[in-house]
Design a protein around this ligand. Structure first.
Ligand code: ATP
Length: 473
């Protein structure tokens, strides 16, 4: 019954209930954390403890690192309550910090303050790394008024990872998931509108595994077709692509003449597509409408590319013929890289050779994305990634020669300055074989798809750019 003499209106009657609810929430929250902690692996537990330490120490650490601001203007409340006219102490503002964790370390989000923004946090990053006991700390800004501080306790580049392809059609066409960067953030590149990619590196450091992943992730899409020239083998039954060949509409080994015929066939496909684009797609660039099963993105993989381009020196007829074939191969591949993009042709060139002629510079320089696994010399790194790598010593692939860096590559992307180091995952031969088997029925020759859509039309005649290069002597 309501007590009309109680001036609090009976509010204290609810106090036990409120306290009870608050305690229940606290116990529930603590239990949730304990369960989370117990279920986590050893590395994640360390990160949880690290995150707790960071939260606890932040109020003291921030002013020491000049990551605080002093507000000298008294608040309205302080002015009102200051009846004795004493000087009011300025307030020290500390950025609010929210910290989450993962197995490698912590991700903290801090609010900016007047005079304390991205620049100040970036300057303080080495000291934050020391105070938080991190191998490295990076500060970025993902929205105004807030910075993201990524601290890694362990070097993500040194932890081997594995990727198991799902066999599902990718959500986004032409997105290449590469792995994790040095801050354990996922790295992927958009290969739409990209004419070519180069992949270099010492033997056995992960080039093939990287390309395997691309094929396995993309193979379930009928809008993508693959073709391969592998200079390391003589037949498709040998080597790294033996199990993937089922998902390829063409394959050649180290025979220069056969490779030449394949490259010519692809250049002819490019020309036929140029003449058919308006009629079939209604636009001049495939990327305006995107690839489809009828007009698929053609991924041309040229592995051990130096086999096809290397200079053959000698005056005997056989050597002369090889030299002419190699020169023509380079011209044909240059054509594909320079003119294939808008027609939906993407060329991926891989090589373990570390000299400038492995992938001719006139081809390398038109490939906007370059990746290099370990290299032995500075010159080899330049041959793989261009002159700029000299200015980025931390990312130079000559520092990746330790076996713990098998699977780690340095990448440059023409749209961004600098280089990113990436831990790429291992893809097992068994998994890629299974994907190739499951998706083999999707394999189709893009030239046949084209003629099926325009029966009776001679696309080689109507092509505006129909001068097929002369056959090698
Ligand atoms: N991303 C990776 N993570 C861990 N280990 C890897 C990775 N990639 C490759 N490896 C290991 O290295 C071995 C060689 O890899 P891969 O065949 O991809 O090298 P490669 O650079 O293509 O060599 P080559 O130039 O001789 O063809 C693999 O069998 C595997 O044991």
């Amino acid at each position: 019954m309501k007590d009309f003499n109680d001036p609090t209106g009976g509010a204290f009657g609810f106090l036990p209930l409120v306290v009870g609810v608050a305690l229940a929430v606290l116990v529930g929250w603590s239990m949730w954390w304990v369960v989370r902690y117990i279920r986590a692996d050893a590395m994640t537990r360390q990160s949880i403890r690290q995150a707790v330490r960071i939260r606890r120490g932040w109020k003291r650490l921030a002013p020491m690192l000049k990551l605080s601001a002093t507000d000298k203007t008294p608040t309205a409340l302080a002015s009102l309550s200051n009846t004795q006219g004493k000087p009011i102490k300025p307030r020290v503002l500390v950025p609010a910090l929210k910290v989450t964790h993962d197995m490698y370390g912590v991700i903290a989000r801090a609010t900016c303050l007047p005079g304390v923004g991205l620049e100040q946090f970036q300057k303080a990053a080495p000291h934050l790394a020391d105070a938080w006991r991190c191998t490295r700390v990076a500060v970025t800004q993902d929205k105004p008024g807030q910075v993201v501080i990524r601290g890694v306790r362990l070097d993500p580049l040194k932890f081997k990872t594995e990727h198991r392809p799902t066999g599902e059609v990718p959500d986004e066409i032409a997105r290449w998931d590469l792995g994790l960067d040095e801050y354990a953030q996922p790295v992927s590149v958009d290969l739409t509108q990209v004419p070519g990619v180069t992949v270099a590196g010492l033997p056995g450091f992960g080039k093939t595994s990287l390309i395997n992943r691309l094929i396995c992730d993309w193979a379930p899409s009928p809008a993508i077709q693959f073709v391969c020239a592998d200079g390391k083998v003589s037949t498709a039954r040998e080597g790294d692509y033996a199990h993937l060949v089922k998902r390829m509409f063409g394959f050649v080994g180290d025979d220069l003449e056969e490779a030449n015929a394949l490259f010519r066939r692809l250049v002819e496909l490019r020309r036929a597509r140029v003449s058919a684009a308006e009629r079939i797609l209604g636009v001049q660039s495939m990327w305006e409408v995107g690839p489809s099963a009828a007009w698929p993105l053609v991924v041309v993989i040229i592995d051990e590319a130096h086999t096809y381009f290397r200079d053959h020196k000698g005056s005997d007829p056989k050597t002369k013929k090889l030299a002419a074939l190699a020169a023509e191969n380079a011209r044909l591949v240059e054509d594909l890289v320079k003119k294939g993009r808008s027609m939906g042709i993407l060329v991926i060139l891989a090589t373990q050779k570390s000299t400038g002629d492995a992938i001719p510079t006139f081809i390398r320089d038109v490939c906007p994305i370059g990746l290099s696994f370990a290299q032995k010399t500075a010159e080899a790194a330049v041959a793989a990634l261009g002159e700029d790598i000299r200015e980025w010593p931390d990312a130079n692939p000559i520092n990746l020669q330790d076996r713990s860096y098998v699977g780690v590559a340095s990448m440059n992307h023409q749209s961004q300055p600098g280089f990113t180091r990436i831990r790429t995952p291992f893809v097992s031969g068994r998994d890629s074989a299974a994907i190739a088997q499951q998706t083999a029925h999707l394999t189709a020759d893009p030239a046949d798809l084209l003629t099926a859509q325009l029966p009776g039309v001679d696309l080689t005649k109507s092509a505006p750019d129909n001068t097929t290069p002369p056959m090698a002597a």
